[in-house]
Ligand binder design. Structure first.
Ligand code: SF4
Ligand code: SF4
Length: 141
């Protein structure tokens, strides 16, 4: 599951395929996984491919396909700077997402940047607890 650096040419646009709710994310957060027709499926995914828990979905679902490069946000004294976690230069992107390489360049996409800013406002405090090893990242809601 390679994580790619996001540079000025990297593009991404969600293809609404629902794959992340049928396996990709579920391998990281088994607590929301159920089996349907022999496949892992999130218990919150309805028959129309919509998340019925959208407003309270786990952190990993909010951030996917982006992932935080932890090495970038810990300073030389070992202190984490959680708000920096949501800046593009400190993120990577999962290339197994079918949206990777499609759509606009990420650095030119204000919608993605606004979304990441909002995630920073919502999760930076909880992320601090993850860095201090007081919380597992999959517990973040
Ligand atoms: S394109 Fe990626 S983020 Fe969008 S639904 Fe598919 S797997 Fe999920
Ligand atoms: S909680 Fe929602 S967004 Fe997350 S995997 Fe389940 S259906 Fe998808």
């Amino acid at each position: 599951m390679p994580e790619q650096i996001i540079d000025k040419k990297t593009c991404w646009e969600c293809q609404l395929c629902g794959n992340c709710c049928r396996g990709i994310i579920l391998t990281k957060n088994k607590s929301i996984s159920v089996e349907k027709d022999g496949q892992p499926v999130c218990k919150f995914l309805d028959d129309d491919n919509r998340c019925v828990n959208y407003n309270d979905r786990p952190f990993i679902c909010c951030l996917y396909p982006f992932v935080i490069d932890l090495s970038k946000i810990v300073d030389e004294k070992g202190t984490a700077r959680p708000r920096k976690a949501f800046e593009l230069e400190n993120l990577r992107i999962h290339d197994e997402c079918p949206g990777y390489g499609k759509g606009k360049r990420i650095y030119a996409n204000k919608n993605i940047q606004r979304k990441l800013e909002k995630l920073g406002e919502k999760f930076a405090y909880d992320l601090k607890a993850v860095f201090e090893k007081k919380k597992d990242v999959n517990e973040l809601m």
